[in-house]
Design a protein around this ligand. Structure first.
Ligand code: PRP
Length: 190
């Protein structure tokens, strides 16, 4: 285990098993259909790439990635989404498509709520949300995932795509970051 991680929440094996089940559930719902699986960068890159390989062959899956950071410049910020930019990033139309948005974590929900509203304005055939982690205690927006792998408490989670200051995304498991690491950083900023 990485020395900065306090404890492992979900092991590589547990994640693999849960992503496989989620892939089966999506495959059953979209049997014989064409879907556009949209991963939200950067956090969802690992989840999305495992999820698309967990889909059955009778689901035709196109993939795309969009950037939507909570901080800094992006197509999504302050509750607004630039759908022209999103469509440019995807390289395709959204109208009439079965869209599944894949996210690593549903935290306050503000990011996904904004993205969802933006996509719905483009008249997709359907739109569903699939998250790796659901941190319900932090929710500010009224949004519920259609598919989810795990619930998590209100702790700082890293690994399997999730970062702290761009670190720990590469860890193959999901863990809780040691408090002193981010508390010190907050104190330094103050
Ligand atoms: C994280 C995560 C979600 C968002 C969730 O992204 O990947 O996109 O925050 O938070 P919310 O529910 O409170 O809106 P982040 O901005 O950290 O960027 P990253 O994916 O590049 O790590």
């Amino acid at each position: 285990m990485h020395e900065d991680v306090e404890r492992i929440l979900y092991s590589e094996e547990e994640i693999r098993a849960k992503v496989a089940l989620t892939g089966k559930a999506i495959s059953a719902d979209y049997k014989g259909k064409d879907i556009l699986l949209v991963g939200v960068l950067k956090g969802a890159v690992v989840f999305t790439s495992d999820l698309m390989r967990a889909l059955d062959n009778d689901v035709n899956c196109e993939i795309g990635f969009i950037t939507a950071r909570s901080y800094g410049k992006s197509a999504v910020s302050g509750g607004k989404v630039d759908m022209d930019d999103i469509k440019r990033q995807l390289g395709c139309e959204i109208k009439g498509r079965h869209i599944i948005i894949a996210e690593d974590i549903l935290d306050s929900g503000l990011t996904l709520d904004t993205i969802k509203k933006g996509f719905l304005k483009e008249s997709p055939a359907s739109l569903k949300i699939c998250v790796l982690l659901d941190k319900k205690a932090a929710r500010k927006a009224d949004i519920t995932p259609d598919y989810k792998c795990f619930d998590v408490e209100n702790e700082f989670i890293v690994g399997y795509g999730l970062d702290y200051a761009e670190r720990y995304r590469c860890l193959p498991y999901i863990g809780v970051l040691k408090k002193e690491l981010y508390e010190n950083a907050i104190n330094t900023i103050k």
